[in-house]
Ligand binder design. Structure first.
Ligand SMILES: Cc1cc2nc3c(=O)[nH]c(=O)nc-3n(C[C@H](O)[C@H](O)[C@H](O)COP(=O)(O)O)c2cc1C
Length: 390
């Protein structure tokens, strides 16, 4: 179910950033800005990437690196690539039935797919299109009954890991979305600009707006019966973020979720310790890709003290700014068990659908192989601070 041959980029994409460029050409501006942008001045979004660029790998030579194994045991499952396609809301707006395409690509490449609560394709649609367990991401909603039903649905679909996102007590402002009319009211003049933006991307109109229907939030249809577009769900979704949630609510999640539980959005050592005390199986060191609180630290700089504090009690995963296999190797050397990709795979699915995501994962695998070989390592367990030149 790919988006068809690429007409807009004559060269084969060679990197994640090439897929970003392809996505920029294929998507209406408001959608590209939605995925590409961050909160407020976007300082943290940039810091995530800059922190990774500032870390140097230590080149080592004349070691036998003929057999490199990128496999890892993550939360009870063996992955041949230590990568998860992290939760990205509204993904099915970037490519026709985008979550299904991405989940299939992850399966082919030995990675995992994590379905966002606010996906276009439902848990059941992704399950029907795939053969391996995928992960499900949940927000603690005000409507606890609906959240319980979602956990039941995810469990019935064989989801192996519940990713509970905890850094969305309130929503950070994303200025690009406000300017483009993705959030808030838009004046008539702006509506015309938007209509022109959409019409000047006929490939997207045909593949997604026309053939990609229904463009609803598949997991939330029962909550807003009759809604026909993401906009019609907006009021309900906005009303569901619950700022009153505390650590005590984890007991409620545990009661309704029998599988592995991972908290996403941990950036502070004290919070990581609370997560371990609360019995979480893992944490994801994350600042939501710089889309929530701006001016917080990069994830690459937050990761080592968290690993030091709780790495022996639970599994520590990380995301934020990862755009290459070299970045993945750096994060693993800093102590992460596995990495989640965000924008990297969103760009790839927008650029070339399932084929694009599979190719992007290939690119990252190749880059990881080179980084492993030229730092003199053959197994991920060998990676540690000594791989970095600091
Ligand atoms: C367009 C977009 C939508 C996202 N939607 C969700 C979501 O629904 N749930 C969630 O937990 N995180 C969401 N995230 C955050 C990602 O899961 C991830 O933490 C972040 O993208 C990692 O940073 P990176 O994009 O620099 O790799 C979203 C990120 C983007 C870019």
């Amino acid at each position: 179910m790919s988006n068809g041959p690429d007409q807009s980029m004559h060269l084969t994409p060679a990197s994640v950033l090439d897929y970003r460029e392809l996505a920029r050409k294929k998507l209406p501006r408001q959608l590209f800005d939605y995925v590409d942008g961050g909160a407020y001045a976007e300082n943290t979004m940039r810091a995530n990437e800059e922190a990774l660029h500032a870390i140097h790998l230590r080149q080592r030579v004349l070691r036998d690196v003929s057999n490199i194994d990128l496999g890892a045991d993550v939360l009870g499952e063996h992955l041949s690539l230590p990568l998860i396609l992290g939760p990205v809301g509204l993904l099915g707006m970037f490519a026709r039935r985008g979550e299904v395409q991405a989940a299939r690509a992850a399966e082919q490449e030995g990675a995992r797919f994590c379905e966002s609560t606010v996906s276009i394709c439902s848990i059941e649609e992704v399950n029907a299109a795939t053969n391996r367990p995928f992960w499900f991401q949940l927000y603690v909603m005000r409507d606890r009954g609906y959240a319980e039903a979602l956990m039941r649905r995810a469990h019935d679909a064989g989801c192996s890991v519940l990713v509970l996102t905890v850094d969305l007590a309130v929503v950070g402002a994303r200025y690009r979305d406000t300017r483009n009319g993705m959030t808030g009211p838009i004046p008539v003049g702006k509506k015309l600009v938007r209509a022109w933006d959409i019409l000047s991307h006929p490939g997207w109109v045909w593949q997604v707006a026309m053939r990609g229907k229904p463009l609803t939030f598949g997991n939330l249809e029962a909550a807003v019966p009759g809604a026909r577009s993401p906009t019609e769900f907006k009021g309900w979704v906005d009303s569901q973020f619950d700022p009153s949630v505390t650590w005590d609510d984890l007991a409620w999640v545990r009661k309704h979720w029998p599988g592995k539980l991972v908290l996403k959005g941990i950036l502070d050592v004290q919070d990581a310790k609370c997560a371990a005390d609360a019995g979480a199986d893992g944490v994801i060191v994350s600042n939501h890709g710089g889309r929530q609180l701006d001016d917080v630290r990069s994830t690459a700089s937050s990761l080592p003290p968290i690993v030091e504090a709780v790495g022996d009690r639970l599994e520590v995963l990380v995301d934020g700014g990862i755009r290459s296999g070299l970045d993945v190797v750096k994060m693993l050397a800093l102590g992460a068990k596995a990495c989640l990709l965000g924008r990297a795979w969103a760009y790839a699915v927008a650029g070339a659908g399932e084929r694009g995501v599979a190719h992007m994962l290939h690119i990252i695998r190749d880059e990881m192989n080179v980084a492993m070989a030229l730092t003199g390592n053959t197994r991920l367990d060998d990676l540690g601070p000594e791989v970095l030149d600091r």
